[in-house]
Write a protein of this length. Sequence first.
Length: 291
Amino acid sequence: MPTAIAVTSADLVLPAPDRHTPGAAVLHPPGQLDLDGALAETGALLERHGHLVAVVPPWLPSATVQRLHTVRAILETDRIALLPIDLPPLGTALLVRQLRQLTVCDFSPGVIASAARLLSHYIYAGALLGSVAKLDRIPVGLKAHARSWSPSAQFAVLAHPTPHLAKLGGQDKVIPAGPEFATHLTFARGQLASEWVAAELAPAWQVQGVLENPLPADSAAFWGTAKLVEFAAGIPDLSVLYQLVASVRREQCRWCGLELIGDRCGFCQAPLAAPPPADRQVPAGTARSRP
């Protein structure tokens, strides 16, 4: 079975782009499942898939993040990767879908886990907001804060990869710089009635396809308002994703022994150059504390 990709909420699982892409496992938070249930849930995934890669964005509740680390520690396994990826909710869901696509390829679990950091650089994520008064994810000037009190105000905000904010209809350059490669655009409507994302942003970014999806539950809290339309653009083609990951030199983690790309292991988070202590030369796949 392919490596399992996991999320903490079902609304972070976008529809599969084809019949070959597997779904994602949903690791239920503490409010929905007790610790014994979480251990059984995660243990069953490891038994079925061998390795588990879970995306852990910083906007998750601290109790949920603590539960993930507790389960990993109690199970005493190096086969669970907890990936700290800093993307907005819809951008996170898009990255999760790309990781799901890669699991059907001939990549090892270590390469898939460390590929998340690489792929996140190619995701453009933002939102159209009715107010930036409570937005704390990117810098907001006093002028923009003052404009937020207007009932008809709308702001184009890009959070990743380069922060950008502009008020629609103002003197600023409204359309944020988009990707210079082929993408599909996914958007989700909150309580803001606007067609700007599909009618203006998508053509300006020359996207190859547009898909509407339900708004993730955490989006309103992330953007500081429920008056929004969230969007995320990323590479949809599996062959392109494959070539992107395959073109990066593979290394072996000197701490846990798994394959990796980039400068950090996705499973144990050890940097590439970090050797294990001389007295801790244990076989790969054995549980050990985080370096």
